[in-house]
Ligand binder design. Structure first.
Ligand SMILES: *Cc1c(COP(=O)(O)O)cnc(C)c1O
Length: 419
């Protein structure tokens, strides 16, 4: 459930009519709903009520906006970060260092050092080599870094290949069959407090079966590690729960997910850690755009909008579907392709789709844009960087400004020797 609904024929975010935001901030623009973010954070936590001791870490990469992170910090969430930059953001938003988990396959020595400097709660190691590097850095400081070993369980997540991470051929984690040996070697290092294992098999999962298979394997691994004399206190089960992008989709609910977790992890006697991203942020945001003009095409008309693939990359890189709606729907529909102004054929949001009828200057939204939306935006074609707005009841605020080409040009330099 979200708070982007029609009221008196006009789409609203909570109690704010979307045209009011377009008027003040312009388009394209991302609009987030505080009530929706809070609701999703609450529902996810409630789903896990029978899962024993839990730790929730919002996957910052899904939406790193400081205001969004602040909302989640207030909901008691920590952060799952994958770079030094995300670590700085999580701290700046008020998340406690001890609630931060550092994931990512290529943490540099500088990033490991930063994590130690800030006193973060846990490093999820993605290789034996990374574990050795962290141990060395921590030992030199006279410290023990809290860590888990990320395991690749060789499970097909059944999602898009570009967001699958748990198949044997993927770059993430260490293969589950060699994990016990690597764990044994790393656990001997002075600089590490290796306290558990972690897993994350992919994103936008539409079914619980792959997760259940994965978690069952993790349960066996925990038993094997304990039998070998290791102390296991933490198991990080990652993120990945899907959201509906099309009205007719119904991925597993947080309640279904939580019930499965409670069943599969019964008796593990650990702190279970979670790294949800999309399921919290996805339907908490929309991207609003304005129609520039309608251009007749061979198969159907082109609706040319002022948003483009640089503002919302998911359709271009994952063939993702974002539901389009007119901000003032007339009840009429049209078959059209919705495209942006960028000089690439992949700059297309919808191909020959039945959509609300729109005309020049009308506003429309792409739904489910709160996760992996603004954070992936760039300035290709020297377009401005898209702004972000947060709505709370009757009020709204710009939480990320539009960055104009002039600002970006100001950071570029033509060397003297070209003059
Ligand atoms: C991306 C990522 C997540 C979040 O995935 P969602 O599908 O957004 O829930 C969690 N953990 C890790 C390690 C990730 O890379």
């Amino acid at each position: 459930m979200d708070h982007f609904q029609l009221k008196d024929g006009v789409l609203h975010a909570e109690n704010v009519a979307l045209p009011a935001i377009a008027e003040q901030v312009g388009t394209p623009v991302y609009v987030y709903s505080r009530a929706t973010l809070e609701r999703h954070a609450r529902v996810f936590r409630e789903g896990l009520k029978d899962a024993g001791k839990i730790h929730l870490a919002f996957a910052v990469k899904s939406n790193p906006n400081l205001a969004v992170l602040k909302i989640l910090a207030n909901q008691g969430y920590g952060a799952d970060v994958v770079s030094g930059g995300e670590l700085e953001r999580a701290l700046a938003a008020g998340m406690k260092a001890e609630d931060i988990v550092f994931s990512g396959v290529g943490k540099s020595s500088a990033e490991l050092m930063l994590g130690l400097d800030k006193g973060i709660g846990q490093f999820n190691l993605e290789s034996e080599e990374e574990g050795q590097m962290l141990a060395e850095i921590a030992a030199a400081r006279g410290e023990q870094a809290p860590a888990t070993l990320r395991v690749n369980p060789d499970v097909d997540a059944g999602t898009h290949a570009k967001i699958s991470t748990g198949k044997a051929e993927n770059k993430f984690g260490v293969a589950i069959d060699v994990a016990p040996d690597i764990f044994a070697r790393l656990s001997k290092l002075d600089g590490l407090n290796l306290r558990g294992v972690a897993v994350h098999i992919g994103s936008q999962l539409q079914k619980l079966d792959p997760l259940e298979k994965c978690y069952t394997r993790m349960g066996q691994l925990v038993s094997d590690l304990r039998a070998a004399g290791h102390t296991i206190t933490h198991v990080d089960l990652g993120g990945g729960l899907g959201v509906p992008y099309k009205p007719e989709e119904s991925p597993p609910s947080p309640a279904d997910y939580g019930a499965m977790i409670a069943r599969v992890t019964q008796g593990w006697d650990v702190t279970l850690m979670f790294e949800p991203g999309r399921v919290i942020a996805g339907n908490s945001g929309v991207m609003m755009t304005q129609v520039i003009r309608i251009k007749p095409g061979v198969n159907s008309d082109f609706v040319i909008v002022d948003a483009a693939m640089n503002d919302l990359m998911r359709p271009a890189i994952y063939d993702a579907w974002h539901h389009f709606e007119a901000v003032r729907p007339t009840g009429e529909t049209m078959t059209a392709s919705i495209v942006g102004p960028i000089c690439e054929s992949s700059d297309i949001f919808a191909k020959e789709r039945d959509v609300d009828r729109v005309q020049t200057d009308d506003f429309g939204i792409f739904r489910t844009a709160g996760a992996y939306g603004a954070t992936m935006a760039n300035t290709y074609n020297s377009r401005p960087l898209v702004p972000e707005v947060l709505v709370d009841g009757n009020k709204f605020a710009v939480v990320a400004e539009r960055i104009e080409p002039a600002t970006i040009m100001a950071a570029e330099h033509v060397p003297d020797w070209l003059k």
